[in-house]
Design a protein around this ligand. Structure first.
Ligand SMILES: NC(=O)C1=CN([C@@H]2O[C@H](COP(=O)(O)OP(=O)(O)OC[C@H]3O[C@@H](n4cnc5c(N)ncnc54)[C@H](OP(=O)(O)O)[C@@H]3O)[C@@H](O)[C@H]2O)C=CC1
Ligand SMILES: Nc1c(N[C@@H]2O[C@H](COP(=O)(O)O)[C@@H](O)[C@H]2O)[nH]c(=O)[nH]c1=O
Length: 382
């Protein structure tokens, strides 16, 4: 059993072996969710005797939080949650949001004790622990705080910087081309990869491309179902670059969800999208835009659709990261969150990686530890 850390905190007390085991299970469950605007969170409900009664996790923005998911799971099984302990990887939220405050759900479920790993850094959500204590719930924090922070390190960093979480999308050939010499690129990906990409478009708040892509592809950048219908949720469509976006460009659409960002500075573009309310941005391309975000260290997650195709020449996925010596290479780590690090989508491989930018050696253990546990949940072929 991996050992997890307890950080000193005003409320910290020695935790029981059952609580430590539950925290490990909660950390593993959290990895089942997708990265994005919301953090990965897992929760386990323990009986007073330390038995695991129910597990929950967060499936992404707009869906039930992990605590509510675990309570629902207990209800589905007909389990009485009064007098139980909830072990959760993040401080329960206190805000109304789209899903209702978890602190109130915990109080209503009669849960007597809450053990959580790290405080919620997000101002409107913070304060769940205070609300719980005021209602007579015993609350402790700090168990596995290092692991829980590492689980969401990019998200914590984005929240602290007040910028959106950034996913970079690349649909490329085996030889890292995203378009042929004549500019044609539709489609490099398999239909299954395209469907996955449209699923992501529906989850994110904004999608961003450069003016080059607009002028060459005239993309719509909408989220669509496999039969071509518009999906229910649509991202804000953003084009970055100094040139004007043609008046008849498809990306403008007719729904008012288009924004031109007349800048070449990726931080400025993200700042503008943050001000527009975007908390998760997907950068789709082309190569100049992909490169400028990567060079600026502003990418949290990489999703690469790798097609078993060769072009030999054409537009390279990346053109310059400002790296001239191997010692300065960017290193990325495989990410098991949200369905796995490597999946087969039709003829393609879907590669999922996370930044190592903010990782500390002290906190880098749990990804390795959790690999085998997370593997149980994988649905795609590894
Ligand atoms: N397979 C795939 O996944 C994808 C493939 N593509 C393909 O990529 C190709 C387009 O790539 P590319 O030509 O690089 O176009 P980009 O979409 O990357 O746009 C480049 C333009 O963006 C503007 N820009 C804004 N910020 C910067 C910056 N920091 N550095 C440089 N330019 C900036 C510049 O225009 P300005 O003068 O207006 O400032 C520049 O000319 C197309 O063939 C398209 O089909 C595109 C997306 C995805
Ligand atoms: N060629 C290519 C992609 N290209 C991206 O999709 C855009 C077209 O979007 P739309 O007009 O909404 O269908 C295009 O401009 C580029 O950003 N994406 C992929 O997943 N796989 C691919 O092979």
């Amino acid at each position: 059993m991996p050992s997890i850390s307890a950080e000193p905190s005003s409320a910290a007390e020695p935790s029981s072996a059952a609580e430590q085991g539950a925290m490990e299970a909660a950390l593993a469950a959290a990895l089942r969710g997708p990265r994005g605007a919301n953090p990965l969170v897992g929760a386990v409900i323990l009986s007073p005797e330390g038995e695991h009664l129910a597990t929950g996790y967060h499936r992404g923005a707009g869906t039930a939080h992990a605590e509510a998911d675990a309570i629902s799971e207990a209800r589905r099984q007909g389990i009485d949650t009064s007098g139980t302990t909830m072990v959760v990887t993040l401080e329960p939220c206190n805000h109304e949001g789209r899903t209702g405050p978890c602190a109130q759900a915990i109080i209503a479920a009669g849960i007597a004790k809450v053990v959580y790993a790290v405080d919620d850094p997000h101002d409107p959500a913070a304060g769940g622990a205070r609300t719980l204590r005021a209602a007579g719930v015993e609350v402790h924090s700090g168990l596995a705080a290092g692991e829980a922070r590492d689980l969401n390190r990019e998200w914590f960093e984005a929240v602290a910087a007040k910028r959106p979480f950034v996913t970079l999308h690349i649909a490329q050939t085996l030889d890292s081309r995203i378009a042929a010499v004549d500019g044609t690129s539709q489609w490099i990906s398999s239909p299954e990869s395209l469907a996955d990409n449209h699923g992501l478009r529906e989850l994110i708040d904004a999608i961003l491309v450069g003016t080059g892509t607009v002028l060459i592809d005239n993309p719509r950048l909408t989220a669509r179902t496999p039969d071509g219908e518009l999906s229910q949720l649509q991202p804000l469509r953003a084009v970055m670059g100094l040139r004007d976006v043609p008046a008849d460009a498809a990306v403008r659409g007719t729904d008012g969800r288009f924004v031109h960002l007349p800048t070449r500075d990726p931080a400025q573009a993200l700042g503008r999208l943050f001000d527009e309310g975007a908390r998760h941005v997907m950068v789709e391309g082309g190569s100049s835009i992909l490169s400028t975000f990567l060079a600026a260290g502003l990418v949290d997650e990489l999703i690469i659709y790798l097609a078993p195709t060769l072009l030999g020449s054409g537009t390279a996925a990346l053109n310059d990261l400002g790296i001239t010596t191997l010692a300065d290479a960017q290193h990325w780590s495989w990410d098991d969150a949200g369905g796995g690090a490597v999946r087969t989508l039709g003829n393609d491989l879907r590669l999922h990686l996370r930044s190592t930018r903010a990782a500390t050696s002290k906190n880098s253990v749990p990804q390795k530890v959790l690999h085998s546990e997370a593997a149980e949940y994988l649905t795609g072929g590894h």
